[in-house]
Design a protein around this ligand. Structure first.
Ligand code: SF4
Ligand code: SF4
Length: 89
């Protein structure tokens, strides 16, 4: 159990972060446009469906606001990890 707890995503979050699931992205650019910190950009690579998918270009700037998540029309394309509240203390 200690190993599982150590490997839990929530237990390892030290700062907010964003994950783009390349195969779910259609490259519309909405997340890129709305991010207040300039974290995201459309990459140069294409996913298996032929779309240039978004990628974090400045991942350390992410504040976990979730704006990109709400702007994205594709379910499952964006995951935002917010800093655990207990770390804010
Ligand atoms: S959570 Fe906020 S800061 Fe982070 S990538 Fe998304 S819009 Fe940008
Ligand atoms: S808003 Fe969603 S579909 Fe559009 S580029 Fe960003 S992750 Fe891809």
């Amino acid at each position: 159990m200690p190993t599982e707890e150590k490997n839990s995503p929530l237990s390892t979050i030290k700062r907010p972060s964003v994950l783009i699931h390349a195969e779910q992205c259609k490259g519309c650019g909405r997340c890129v446009a709305v991010c207040p910190k300039g974290v995201l950009a459309l990459g140069t690579q294409h996913n298996r469906y032929g779309y240039r998918y978004a990628k974090p270009q400045n991942p350390d700037n992410c504040i976990g606001c979730g704006t990109c998540f709400y702007a994205c029309p594709e379910p499952g394309a964006v995951t935002v990890y917010r800093k655990e509240k207990k770390e804010d203390k």
